[in-house]
Ligand binder design. Sequence first.
Ligand code: ADP
Length: 287
Amino acid sequence: DSPLGVHLRAVAVGGGLVAIEAVDVTDAHRVERVRRDFVANVSHELKTPIGALQLLAEALLDATEPASEQPDPEAAAAQAAEDVAASRRFAERIQRESTRLGRLVSELLELSRLQGAERLPDPEPVSVDAVIAEALDRARTNAAAKHIELVTVGTRGLTVYGNDNQFATALGNLVENAVAYSHEQSAVVVSALAEGDRVDISVSDQGIGIGPGDLDRVFERFYRADQARSRSTGGTGLGLAIVKHIATNHGGRVDVRSRLGGGSTFTLRLPARPPEAMLPLPASFEI
Ligand code: ADP
């Protein structure tokens, strides 16, 4: 078993001769390494919120422990008020961490379903306007909290072929990211354009952007350009991997253009014809 991914095997071929067989197992090694890395990443990602939940539960138990006899009633009241305030803070953080944990598990399931899907189930004509409306609806609350304007531009009445829920998930993830990584009081623009037998749906933001070193890695599972920011926005690091799988399962793809500090544009390129009428697109970068 060599690190080069070549297995050497001695085989007796008779007459006192031994043949050395070299078997290239580079791919098998790569697949096995990717699988192992993934399991390690999943464990780490699950352990972080679980650890936080344990600590918070302990802190909550401490804060709600019945007070020992306190001779001074004023001090006792002050202590009780402090404990109530602390308990609320811990409970809010428990709520946030468990929401993130729930999201992580459902996105992992979603990703595993998409990866297992060999063929797209029954592509249907889907209205691009409806997909955009649904994606924007999902991001509206977060956008309002940051005073971000959601704008749509482009051709009306376009149709793409595939699964409407998956398209809404993919575009919803892109719009949610655009909002999460944008500055307050900016705009996120969603546009649709017919391009031959594809429809390109772009999501542009004026946010923090992505540096060149991170750009071609952001579609990898759990890859984050900025760990801290991703976590604080409730991100799981799986959103773009899901987008990429949805696009490629439909014979489409997702591209990104971005500059650190200069905003980002993610473009979902989806089929505008039923699959039998489509030519395959060259795959974008593989993980
Ligand atoms: P996350 O849950 O962390 O947002 P994603 O898979 O959706 O995970 O995105 C991966 C990483 O790509 C993010 O952590 C972030 O660093 C970067 N990213 C994604 N979308 C944008 C964007 N619109 N602007 C800047 N960075 C982005």
